[in-house]
Ligand binder design. Structure first.
Ligand code: AMP
Ligand code: ZN
Ligand code: ZN
Length: 324
């Protein structure tokens, strides 16, 4: 992708390293970086991601997506008028987690962003592989539950208005189209929007600045800017047949109709309503965090694995590790 194309950049005399097909642009490295950052900033502006926000918490996994978000936000934090901090959750998945933690912390430090690493074994007394062995729940769903709880509580306890993640367009579209194929109701597919508003005391807002960028664009940006990200996938990650078929189908359409995915992502953002009804949220009887039935997902799960609800313990532990 970043080998010279033997054509000139559309903006200067240098050789282009990439053809951005959907925009019909050949760009050199420097102008590609500028182009990419502008697109992310446009997404932030268009969806009002930081409109009511001063303090932004970036969930930094150590992968290319979250390091890219971190880099762009740290570069433009003054323009955006926000204070940034990072949070990394060390899941204890062997060497993979060690490398991820190192990548997250060192990149944050290189970009002048204070980052707190919290470890699952500190919070719950077990690593992810240990928890997986204790339960029949699929690892990714378990990991997702824990991450949602930890990032949300971290933001609330540390006084951040919004949690930023590195979710990108390709993954979001696969998720959304898959959920449609599975016949989910609209409220259930409304999870991965560019912006999810917060609910005071219950939910920090969620922002996804890479909502309109392709995965290949992120990969190229992170390579051209020298980000030291972890390339390995989590050993628990697997791609099911429906997701990989959807990804293949969307890719095929997008190669025939350049920019198709962007159009689809924009339409989905426009047409999906996020209808969390604050009045319907019941505080968890054990930890006070949101639940639908009186016991939150984390307390429900830890009642099984620990024999007691762990929400309050996690909250207290996070409270004592506030970064800035
Ligand atoms: P994933 O669900 O693994 O594709 O990750 C989506 C996003 O969640 C990443 O881009 C990060 O922003 C965030 N994230 C995932 N895992 C972690 C982690 N262990 N620590 C901090 N943030 C994470
Ligand atoms: Zn150029
Ligand atoms: Zn709870």
């Amino acid at each position: 992708m970043n080998t010279p194309l033997h054509v000139k950049c559309a903006k200067c005399e240098k050789g282009a390293v990439v053809r951005v097909t959907y925009a019909r642009l050949n760009l050199c490295s420097e102008h590609y970086i500028e182009y990419f950052e502008k697109r992310v900033l446009k997404t932030i502006e268009k969806y009002g991601l930081f409109k009511n926000t001063k303090r932004v918490l970036v969930a930094v996994s150590g992968g290319k997506d979250s390091l890219t978000v971190l880099r762009v936000l740290s570069k433009y934090r003054d323009v955006l008028g926000v204070t940034l901090a990072g949070v990394h959750l060390d899941l204890g998945v062997g060497v993979y987690s060690e490398r991820s933690r190192e990548a997250a912390l060192s990149t944050c430090s290189d970009h002048g962003v204070e980052c707190r690493a919290v470890s699952l074994s500190d919070l719950l007394g077990y690593t992810l592989p240990e928890l997986v062995r204790k339960t029949r729940r699929p690892p990714c769903s378990l990991c997702g539950l824990i991450k949602r709880y930890v990032f949300n509580v971290a933001a609330l306890e540390w006084g951040f208005d919004v949690v930023v993640t590195g979710h990108h367009m390709d993954d979001i579209l696969v998720f959304r189209v898959k959920e449609m194929l599975m016949g989910q109701r609209e409220s259930e597919v409304a999870k991965l929007l560019p912006f999810t508003p917060g609910v005071t005391g219950f939910y920090a807002a969620r922002a996804r600045p890479l909502y309109e960028v392709y995965e290949w664009e992120i990969e190229l940006y992170s390579k051209l800017t020298g980000l030291k990200y972890v390339e390995a996938q989590c050993p628990f990650k697997y791609r099911d047949i429906i997701s990989s078929s959807v990804a293949e189908m969307l890719g095929k359409i997008d190669s025939e109709i350049p920019g198709f995915k962007i159009t689809l992502a924009r339409r989905l953002a426009k047409r999906t309503r996020w209808d969390v009804n604050a009045e319907k949220i019941t505080p968890c009887q054990y930890c006070g965090m949101p639940s639908s039935s009186g016991v939150c997902a984390l307390c429900k799960f830890t009642l099984k694995t620990h024999g007691k609800p762990m929400g309050l313990v996690v909250r207290e532990k996070l409270k004592s590790t506030k970064p800035i």
